[in-house]
Design a protein around this ligand. Structure first.
Ligand code: SAM
Length: 270
C-alpha cells in the first residue's frame, strides 16, 4: 500500500476532519453505510430534503460499476483495473466483481480522503491469483498515480481506467479533460475508460438540483460541479463509445430502470 500523503481532505496534521462533511463519508451514508460522522449525516439528510433522489443516484452508480466491470472482465477480457475515486469499501467493490469472474484480475484503488485510507484494508482482500493495491493520492496528480500503479499494473497490457463520481470534484473542465487524457495516453490500445458524472440536464431528471449542489458547496467538501451531456462526451474524445453510448448510469445496459441525473458511459481506446 502506498500512503505517501493524505490528500486534500485532512487537517494540516493529516488527520480526518470531523467538523466538516466529506464526500466519501456522505456517499457512504447515502449508501446505507456506517463509516460516517454526525456532520456527514446532518449534511447528507439536508441534501436528501432538497434532492430526495440522491440515495437512488448512489445506488444506481454502484450498480453501474457492477455491470460495467462485469462486462469488461467477461466480454472484453480486461484483467487490470485502475479505480480512481474509489470511495469507502461497500458491497461489491471493484476487485470483488472482477475477481469473481477472473481471479487473476489486478485492481489498483486510488482516493485522497484519509478515511478511505483508514478503511483500505477491506479493499486489499485479493484472491491469491490476483492482486489489489491502494494509493493515497489526488486525481489532479495523474502522473504520480500512474507511477505508483505501475508497481501492480502492466501498462503494456490493456487497463480499464475508472473515474466514477470523481471528475465532478475537479471544477475546471479543462483540467478534468487533461486528467483523463494523461491517464488514457498511458494505457495501450484496447484499454477502456469508465465514467459516471452528475448532471443538471433535464432529460435525466437533473433540472431542479442546482440548490442541492449549492448547499453542498456551502457546507461540505470537496465542492461539486454538474456537467452537461456535451461536457461529459468531451471526456471521451478520441475513444469509441460502447453501446448504448451516454445514458443515465441507472439505465446503462439496464433500460427498464428509471433515469437518475448521473451520466454513465464506457469507451474503448482504439
Ligand atoms: C461520489 S464518491 C464515488 C465513489 C465510487 N467511485 C463510487 O462510484 O461509488 C467520490 C470519491 O472520490 C474521492 N475524491 C474526490 N476528489 C478526489 C481527488 N481529487 N482525488 C482523489 N479522490 C477524490 C472522494 O474522496 C470519494 O471517495
Amino acid at each position: 500500500m502506498s500512503a505517501e500523503g493524505t490528500g486534500g481532505n485532512a487537517d494540516t496534521n493529516g488527520r480526518i476532519r470531523t467538523d466538516v462533511a466529506h464526500n466519501a463519508r456522505v456517499w457512504n451514508y447515502w449508501l446505507g453505510g456506517k463509516d460516517n460522522y454526525p456532520v456527514d449525516r446532518v449534511v447528507g439528510e439536508q441534501v436528501v430534503e432538497m434532492f430526495p433522489g440522491i440515495g437512488e443516484v448512489a445506488r444506481a452508480d454502484r450498480a453501474f460499476l457492477g455491470r460495467a466491470v462485469a462486462h469488461l472482465v467477461e466480454d472484453a477480457d480486461i484483467r487490470q483495473l485502475l479505480d480512481i475515486g474509489t470511495g469507502l469499501p461497500t458491497g461489491d467493490n471493484t476487485h470483488e466483481v472482477a475477481q469473481r469472474l477472473a481471479p487473476e484480475a489486478r485492481v489498483v484503488y486510488v482516493d485522497n480522503d484519509p478515511i478511505v485510507l483508514t478503511h483500505a484494508h477491506a479493499l486489499l482482500t485479493s484472491s491469491p491469483e490476483g492482486s489489489t493495491a491502494y494509493i493515497d493520492a489526488d486525481a489532479r496528480d495523474p502522473r504520480r498515480i500512474l507511477r505508483a500503479a505501475a508497481d501492480t499494473l502492466d501498462f503494456e497490457r490493456p487497463v480499464a481506467v475508472m473515474l466514477l463520481g470523481i471528475l465532478n470534484f475537479v471544477p475546471d473542465t479543462g483540467e478534468a479533460r487533461s486528467i483523463v487524457r494523461t491517464l488514457m495516453d498511458a494505457v495501450p490500445s484496447g484499454s477502456y475508460l469508465v465514467l459516471t458524472h452528475p448532471t443538471l440536464d433535464a432529460d435525466v431528471g437533473g433540472a431542479g438540483n442546482q440548490p442541492a449542489m449549492d448547499f453542498w458547496n456551502a457546507n461540505a467538501t470537496p465542492p461539486i460541479t454538474g456537467r452537461t451531456r456535451a461536457e461529459f462526451l468531451s471526456f471521451m474524445e478520441g475513444l469509441e463509445l460502447l453501446e448504448p453510448g451516454i445514458e443515465s448510469c441507472a439505465r446503462w445496459r439496464y433500460p427498464e430502470a428509471a433515469p437518475v441525473p448521473q451520466f454513465g458511459a464506457v469507451a474503448r481506446k482504439p
